[in-house]
Design a protein around this ligand. Structure first.
Ligand SMILES: [Zn+2]
Length: 160
C-alpha cells in the first residue's frame, strides 16, 4: 500500500488507545504487514530498487530525486490526513507516532538495502512474505486503497 494508507491506518489505531504509546507503536507497525496483504497498487519507483540483489549505486540519477519527492509527498500527505482526522491537541503526539509506525516498515526496506543485517533481514523476509503478490491496476488499486482508508477511519471515528 502507499504510505498515506499506512499512515491513516496507523493514526486510526493510535486514536483507539492514545494513552498507550508503546502499544500504539507495536500495533501500528504490525498493521503495515496486515494491510500490505490486501491486493493493491503501488506507484512505481524509477531509481530506488527494493528487490533483493538490486543495484542502488546510481542514486545520483535525477530519477532518484523524483522518487524521493514522491515518497516525501506521500508520507507528508498521510501524516496530515491522519492528524486532521484523529488528533486533538492532547493526542497529536501519539497520532503522529501511530502514523509513523504504520509507515515505518517501508523506509526500513531502504535501510536494509544499505545495511543488510539482522533483525532487518528477518523483517524484510516477513514483509515480502506478507505482501500481496496480486498487483491491482491503476485506478482500481488506488481507489480501493482510498475506500479502505476511508472505511477504517469511518469505523474508528464512529465506534472508537
Ligand atoms: Zn510495505
Amino acid at each position: 500500500m502507499i504510505l498515506s494508507t499506512h499512515a491513516v491506518v496507523g493514526g486510526a489505531i493510535a486514536s483507539l488507545f492514545p494513552s498507550h504509546p508503546i502499544l500504539v507503536a507495536v500495533a501500528a507497525f504490525a498493521s503495515h504487514f496486515a494491510i500490505d496483504a490486501i491486493p493493491h497498487w503501488d506507484y512505481p519507483l524509477r531509481a530506488i530498487r527494493l528487490k533483493p540483489g538490486a543495484d542502488n549505486r546510481r542514486l545520483l540519477d535525477p530519477r532518484f530525486l523524483r522518487d524521493l519527492a514522491l515518497i516525501g509527498f506521500d508520507a507528508c500527505a498521510g501524516l496530515l490526513i491522519a492528524t486532521w482526522l484523529f488528533a486533538t491537541p492532547a493526542t497529536i503526539g501519539v497520532i503522529v507516532l501511530g502514523a509513523l509506525a504504520g509507515m515505518m516498515p517501508d523506509p526500513l526496506r531502504v535501510v536494509h538495502r544499505v545495511l543488510p543485517k539482522q533483525p532487518l533481514t528477518t523483517l524484510q523476509r516477513l514483509h515480502r512474505w506478507t505482501h500481496t503478490k496480486r498487483r491491482l491496476r491503476w485506478p482500481l488499486g488506488i481507489s480501493s486503497q482510498a475506500l479502505f482508508a476511508a472505511s477504517v477511519s469511518w469505523i474508528v471515528l464512529t465506534v472508537g
